[in-house]
Design a protein around this ligand. Structure first.
Ligand SMILES: CC(=O)SCCNC(=O)CCNC(=O)[C@H](O)C(C)(C)COP(=O)(O)OP(=O)(O)OC[C@H]1O[C@@H](n2cnc3c(N)ncnc32)[C@H](O)[C@@H]1OP(=O)(O)O
Ligand SMILES: O=C([O-])CC(=O)C(=O)O
Length: 371
């Protein structure tokens, strides 16, 4: 029997993250502890080294990331020359693919080369995303400040051309921690399938970005924002959701292949949405979100996934709808690159079988004899 969508299939092993009985851990550490205490850079180090950094190692690692954030001129030009209607996820995918041109050994897959490429990508992807955001607002690209250690702060500074405040930085850091890895999700699996052919890091990450784009995966956050805008007012929540469910349409940001109860990341994002909404004196997006969640719980027994409250959090952080899925990628790049390293360290081609369901005993009919 075929497991449709590979549901429940254990397709490989990983030491990076696990979801057991609804509990998410990164290398054995509960996501709640990391969300509360960790800097995103500590999480990246954890993925790359299998342990948390010492103070000295963290400072050195943050220096290395900060020194790698700038984009090569060719990639900046590519972003600037793209049509103004280009879709941000398409721009990100193309820019990451083009970064391979700037590698001295683009095809190399040995550990040293792949670690160096991975760290460069972890540093560069947030810059690409912030630069796409700037260009969409008619702002010129800027070089991210090298003295800025925090990815969260650097990203917001570049995106908004101003100093973010403490709550914004805390929120952005937490968003980066919460989205960083999630075992064999679709985009990570795409990266691993690509890496398993011995294609290089940039090839694998380009495949991952392509897979993240769809609304059943990372693209759901932008679709949630679209829905919030369409609903607009609390009294429209119930009729809107019931009408969609009546047409057997999916409500974006709900349901998950692995979690059947609450996604452990959702409560952190709900809390951030409320805090940012209170600070802005505009709780509309938070309140609409909680009302939708109540209706979905009552009608379908479905819980919000990571993409649901992320939409209003991003909105409160001044991130446009179209940039929301790229922002997800700016965090998941840490997990993707670490999974590629893990795949390369113990590689075997990933090549399952298909059950054939087409016709049998057919014959070639010459062109002039076909009716
Ligand atoms: C970062 C991430 O990728 S998190 C996921 C982001 N994606 C979304 O938010 C999109 C909306 N959610 C979905 O489409 C799904 O829940 C998925 C894709 C996440 C998981 O899908 P699957 O594991 O394949 O679940 P499946 O599609 O089999 O759904 C099971 C049942 O729940 C229903 N269901 C699942 N999600 C939803 C939803 N969001 N809205 C309405 N009904 C839903 C399905 O219609 C189905 O009902 P049925 O058995 O009566 O036909
Ligand atoms: O794991 C999944 O299927 C989807 C995903 O990436 C996540 O929830 O973070």
């Amino acid at each position: 029997m075929v497991a449709r969508g590979l549901e429940g299939v254990i397709a490989g092993t990983t030491q990076l993250s696990s979801i057991i009985d609804g509990t998410l851990t990164y290398h054995g550490i509960d996501i709640d502890e990391l969300a509360e205490h960790a800097l995103y850079e500590e999480v990246i180090f954890l993925f790359y080294h299998g342990r948390l950094p010492t103070r000295g190692e963290l400072a050195e690692f943050q220096d290395q990331l900060a020194a790698s954030r700038a984009l090569p001129d060719g990639v900046l030009r590519l972003l600037q020359d793209a049509p103004s209607a280009a879709v941000p996820m398409d721009l990100l995918r193309t820019a990451v693919s083009a970064l391979a041109f700037t590698e001295e050994r683009p095809n190399a897959t040995d550990r040293e080369s792949s670690v160096a490429k991975g760290i460069r990508l972890v540093a560069q992807v947030p810059t690409i995303v912030a630069t796409i955001g700037r260009l969409r607002r008619g702002l010129p690209p800027v070089i991210p400040p090298m003295e800025e250690h925090s990815t969260a702060r650097s990203f917001l500074m570049v995106l908004h051309d101003r100093e973010p405040d403490d709550l914004e930085v805390t929120a952005m850091n937490r968003v980066l921690v919460l989205h960083a890895d999630h075992e064999f999700n679709a985009s990570t699996f795409a990266a691993r399938v690509t890496a398993a052919t011995l294609a290089d890091m940039h090839a694998a990450i380009t495949a991952a970005i392509a897979a993240l784009k769809g609304p059943l995966h990372g693209g759901a956050n932008a679709a949630v924002m679209q829905m919030l805008e369409e609903i607009g007012a609390p009294d429209r929540v119930e009729p809107y959701i019931l009408e969609k469910l009546g047409r057997h349409e999916r409500i974006m940001g709900f349901g998950h292949r692995v979690y059947k109860g609450e996604d452990p990341r959702a409560k952190w994002l709900r809390d951030l949405s409320r805090q940012l909404g209170e600070r802005a004196g505009d709780l509309r997006w938070y309140e609409l979100s909680t009302l939708i969640a109540e209706v979905m719980q009552r009608e379908k027994g479905l819980h919000p996934n990571v993409d649901f409250y992320a939409a209003s959090v991003y909105h409160y952080l001044g991130i446009d709808k179209e940039l929301m899925t790229p922002v997800f990628a700016a965090s998941r790049i840490s997990g993707w690159t670490a999974h590629v390293l893990e795949q390369q360290a113990d590689n075997r081609l990933i090549r399952p079988r298909a059950e054939y369901t087409g016709p049998v005993d057919q014959h070639y009919v010459p062109l002039d004899q076909r009716g």
